[in-house]
Design a protein around this ligand. Structure first.
Ligand SMILES: NC(=O)c1ccc[n+]([C@@H]2O[C@H](COP(=O)([O-])OP(=O)(O)OC[C@H]3O[C@@H](n4cnc5c(N)ncnc54)[C@H](OP(=O)(O)O)[C@@H]3O)[C@@H](O)[C@H]2O)c1
Length: 344
């Protein structure tokens, strides 16, 4: 196999740094790595596999160096501008932003669910939204077996999903509380909010990304539209409420499903248990269910509180937790690169 070159774009951000960590763990057969960020971070040092690398400024010429793969985590605008340039030079881009996810020529991939889509790429592969990734992993085997009729999502999303600024808002809120300032009135908070419209400390904000004309947020519509695309169920009725909560890392979700077919609960649990990437944590007698602090640092999706929804003929409730920075972004992207290499 030829010497493979990989670029990480947005290497200094929350997702970029996690991608670097995952690449270090996975030790893919890649011979050269390059790390890009904006001009602001150019010159910064990154330690990777015990070697120092200098962060380079991303420019229109960056992809002249002949990269095979690039993992982009630098926001939608950067992806829109630079991913097509990279692709035009023969580099396959795995993009973490929402810029291309709903483009019909761009595969939207969670390897456990629809790895076969990777082959259809024309130079760009989209990594789904973090809250969608962890939902579709357990939904896929259930849809295959019982055919999903309707989904209701309610999410409890960590601040790391909003990048460095989101994490800082929670850290500053905690500091503000420890200093004895009024935490309940946004206007009197003694710190500048960098990401959220209200203090995230001591609050749950039913507002992730911007509001749309239909009353939903963009995050809610991402979950709805991306789930339909990944499961290849374009008409599937889905609704979602996405909420930011004062948790540093790992998203939690309540998922309610109605099926076309009836199911046996034990068999359904076995179906979930045997699906790659799913770990069942479901022992209520011992108070065992998935929690954010247990999921952090892992690449699996943790599923529990699995129980019938008695209000409909064939309904189910469960709780799913995953590390939004790893499985929800970095690890999923690296898994896609791994699959691309396997198919070379
Ligand atoms: N956090 C999550 O859970 C999550 C999950 C899935 C997808 N995503 C997506 O991944 C992307 C990155 O998110 P994040 O949370 O890592 O954000 P972040 O912590 O704010 O980091 C942003 C990164 O982008 C770089 N960047 C910004 N403008 C750039 C430009 N013009 N050229 C090159 N690099 C530029 C920044 O470099 P500097 O250091 O130079 O500013 C930094 O490395 C976003 O599109 C986000 O929607 C995030």
């Amino acid at each position: 196999m030829k010497d493979l070159k990989l670029a990480v774009v947005g290497a200094t951000g929350v997702v970029g740094r996690a991608a670097i960590k995952v690449l270090e763990e996975k030790k893919l057969p890649i011979s050269s790595y390059t790390f890009f960020a904006s001009k602001k971070s150019s010159g910064k040092k990154i330690m990777f596999m015990e070697k120092g690398y200098t962060v380079q400024e991303l420019t229109e010429q960056s992809f002249d160096k002949g990269f095979d793969f690039a993992i982009f985590s630098a926001g939608g605008e950067t992806s829109k501008k630079y991913a097509p340039i990279a692709a035009s030079k023969g580099c396959i881009v795995v993009d973490n932003s929402s810029a291309f996810r709903m483009d019909k020529d761009v595969p939207l991939v969670v390897p456990e669910v629809n790895a076969q889509e990777i082959r259809k790429n024309k130079g760009i592969i989209a990594n789904p939204n973090c809250s969608t990734i962890q939902a579709v992993v357990p939904l896929k085997p259930l849809d295959d077996k019982y055919k999903i009729k309707r989904i209701v999502y309610s999410t409890y999303q960590a601040v790391s999903g909003a990048g460095r600024d989101g994490i800082e808002d929670l850290e500053n809120g905690i500091k503000n509380y420890r200093e004895g300032n009024d935490i309940n009135v946004a206007e009197t908070s003694k710190y500048e909010l960098k990401k959220f419209p209200y203090p995230i400390f001591n609050n749950c904000l039913p507002h992730i990304d911007t509001f749309l004309d239909n009353g939903y947020t963009k995050e809610e519509m991402k979950m709805i539209n991306e789930t339909r695309k990944i499961l290849n169920r374009p008409e599937l009725p889905i609704t979602a409420t996405t909420v930011r909560v004062p948790v540093f890392n790992s998203h939690s979700e309540s998922i309610n499903i109605e099926f076309e077919n009836e199911f046996d609960l034990d068999e359904l649990k076995d179906t979930l248990r045997s699906f790659p990437g799913v770990i069942l944590v479901d022992d209520i007698d011992s108070n065992k269910y998935p929690i954010a602090t247990d999921a952090t640092g892992h690449d699996e999706v943790f599923v529990g509180r699995i129980r019938r929804d008695f209000s409909v003929k064939s309904g189910l409730n469960f709780w799913v937790v995953a590390d939004n920075i790893r499985k929800g972004a970095a690890s999923n992207a690296v898994q896609i690169v791994e699959k691309l290499i396997e198919e070379m």
